[in-house]
Ligand binder design. Structure first.
Ligand SMILES: C[S@@+](CC[C@H](N)C(=O)[O-])C[C@H]1O[C@@H](n2cnc3c(N)ncnc32)[C@H](O)[C@@H]1O
Length: 255
């Protein structure tokens, strides 16, 4: 089977252009879409055809493309993802901009997952000391730091329990989804529950961190759903934090 015949057959299973990316990834992940246009007659190896067919089936069943390809772009760089970590989201890129504006020398990313926040900050702020923590061993984040050639200090910790020292900025995209929200996308079932859901309307971990971070940082930059911001801002104000900015998915406080 050649490229053109595979793509034509794929259209019956999947309407989107994702099938092109699945095929390219199976042939050679370093190729881009323009290669397909000029190589319609290219004969697929058995291995590539099998991998592409499996990827197509998984995508048609609703699995996110990033897990099938094994990577996702974030802030202009490619991060490895596996189904043990959340797929980096475009809204989290705004959290990066908030932190960069604060020009920190010492930063902590709590709940690092793929490492996309900590690693991006370390690359954008080469003189800063960056620590990243997660409740699970951050194996994927360590791989990403290695592949992107950056130094991040990784720690396994439940929030700040095993974290030493103080920071200029603590940034966190913690689990904040409430399981009862009825607008949740079906594809979330492919991502780890511990990366997505939290009790207390999704605010349990965010509230705990607001309390724990007192005396440990100058600024706290949090991602949460926009519908949660007023509750977070109220809770933070009751605990003595000053709101710096609240924009889209990100809310920034000063202690
Ligand atoms: C929403 S994901 C964010 C992943 C990544 N920072 C990103 O923005 O794509 C939340 C992460 O927090 C971690 N996590 C959950 N509970 C935690 C806790 N109590 N302490 C530290 N990390 C936790 C999860 O393992 C997961 O990696």
């Amino acid at each position: 089977m050649n490229v053109n015949s595979w793509l034509t057959a794929a259209k019956t299973t999947l309407k989107s252009a994702d099938s092109e990316l699945i095929l390219l990834n199976a042939i050679n992940p370093s190729l881009d879409r323009s290669w397909l246009v000029t190589h319609g007659d290219y004969i697929l190896s058995k291995t590539a055809a099998k991998e592409a067919n499996e990827g197509l089936k998984r995508r048609a069943a609703g699995e996110p493309l990033a897990y099938i390809l094994g990577h996702k772009d974030f802030y202009g760089r490619e991060f490895i993802v596996g189904n043990s970590v959340l797929i980096p989201r475009p809204e989290t890129e705004e959290l990066i901009d908030f932190v960069l504006n604060l020009k920190p020398k010492k930063v902590l990313d709590v709940g690092t997952g793929s490492g996309c926040i900590a690693i991006t900050l370390a690359l954008e702020l080469p003189r800063a000391e960056v620590t990243a923590s997660d409740i699970h061993e951050p194996a994927v984040a360590i791989k990403n730091a290695d592949q992107l050639g950056v130094n991040v200090n990784f720690v396994v910790s439940d929030l700040l329990d095993n974290i030493d020292g103080n920071f200029d900025v603590i940034a966190a995209n913690l689990p904040y989804v409430d399981k009862s929200w009825n607008w949740l996308d079906d594809s979330l079932k492919y991502e780890p529950d511990e990366a997505l859901y939290a009790d207390d309307g999704g605010l349990l971990l965010i509230k705990k961190l607001i309390l724990q971070a007192k005396g440990r940082t100058k600024y706290l930059v949090l991602e949460a759903d926009t519908s949660q911001h007023s509750a977070i801002i109220d809770f933070a104000a009751k605990n003595g934090l000053e709101l710096v900015e609240d924009r889209n998915f990100v809310v920034c406080f000063k202690y």
